[in-house]
Design a protein around this ligand. Structure first.
Ligand code: NAP
Length: 312
């Protein structure tokens, strides 16, 4: 019979790792299950400058997350890599079934986060990984001295576009409106960057190329005009990065947990509609999805799990 953990945490981003730290520190037997690398969205974030107390020059998502992972481990949280395929959340013992085994816990904290939204243009699948990317930290170096386009106008698009200017010869943000959604402080930096250009009121409707992305059709949403952008002849290719928001990783819980647009509903104490099941971080319905709010959710969820176990 499998061990029954006090708490099983699904997802090792800032919410899950903070929950692991708090649960471990409360002497709860804790298992963190993650399907990929630790960190979630911040594992692919180049620069973190708004996590309180974070003033280390050049702090990146991966460097912050590796310290969070160490801290959770230090307090006894176990870590396992598996892809969970199904869950049974009702009852006193919750069951998670993964590709590698079954996991039992008195409580479950869901911190599965969200994944990047596709750009939504024709042929996107064909060129993903062959010119189209959703991770500047991972793929920027492939475009050293090439031209790069970034779709989106939020914090992610603008920050990642600025990061890309360290590699690419020229970076153009393609945004569907004529003003950015990104925070003003981020915009100020962007407008000062000489390698950063803007294509307003525009969306990418189609991408083309032989093996690699070398052409795309952009539509002006105000005039309907279609423009074809071809790679520079000497380059033969260009990069296209999508940063247009995220979709929640919640399909496992459909029909079990109350949700809004795929995000899990909780109360202020991270309780879902099932006793002993909590949600934390970007997967929740909330107004601000940041590392600091994810970490706060994780801490609250772990302490509520501790209360739940003590009162059962
Ligand atoms: P976001 O804030 O939701 O912005 C998405 C952007 O993509 C918007 O500009 C939106 O245009 C555009 N967009 C959405 N759907 C589109 C489509 N189908 N076609 C073309 N463009 C589309 O997403 P995000 O930038 O990924 O940020 C997510 C959250 O993380 C936010 O809360 C953000 O503040 C936070 N974040 C914070 C930081 C930081 O503080 N350093 C860094 C990264 C992310 P419209 O503007 O027209 O809607």
């Amino acid at each position: 019979m499998s061990k029954i953990y006090d708490v099983i945490i699904l997802g090792a981003g800032p919410a899950g790792l903070t929950a692991g730290l708090y649960a471990g520190r409360s002497r709860l037997s804790t298992l963190i299950i993650e399907k990929g690398q630790d960190g979630g969205q911040i594992a692919i974030t180049d620069e973190i400058e708004n996590y309180p107390g974070q003033m280390v020059e050049g702090e990146s998502g991966p460097s912050l997350i590796s310290r969070m992972t160490e801290q959770a481990k230090k307090f006894g949280a176990e870590r396992c890599s598996d892809v969970i395929k199904s869950v049974e959340l009702e009852g006193d013992v919750k069951k998670l079934v993964g590709a590698k085994g079954e996991y039992l816990g008195k409580c479950v904290i869901i911190a599965t986060g969200a994944f990047p939204k596709p750009i939504g243009c024709e042929n996107e699948g064909k060129f993903t990984g062959k010119g189209i990317s959703f991770c500047a930290t991972c793929d920027a170096s492939f475009f050293e001295d090439f031209e790069v386009y970034v779709v989106g106008g939020g914090d992610s698009a603008v920050e990642e576009a600025m990061y890309l200017t360290k590699f690419a010869r020229k970076v153009t943000i393609i945004h569907r409106r004529n003003e950015l959604r990104a925070a003003k402080s981020i915009q100020e930096k962007a407008f000062k960057n000489p390698k950063l250009h803007f294509m307003w009121d525009s969306v990418v409707v189609r991408v083309d190329g032989d093996e690699l992305l070398s052409s795309m059709t952009v539509k002006n949403v105000k005039t309907g005009e279609l423009t074809t952008i071809e790679a520079d002849e000497d380059d033969g290719l260009f990069g296209l990065f999508g940063f247009i928001g995220y979709n929640p990783n919640s399909s496992l819980f459909e029909g079990m947990l109350d949700m809004e647009n795929g995000y899990i509903k909780t109360d202020d104490n991270m309780h879902t509609n099932i006793p002993g099941v909590f949600a934390a971080g970007d997967i929740r319905v909330k107004s601000l999805r940041q590392v600091v709010t994810a970490a706060a959710d994780g801490a609250i969820a772990a302490m509520q799990a501790e209360h739940y176990i003590s009162n059962h």
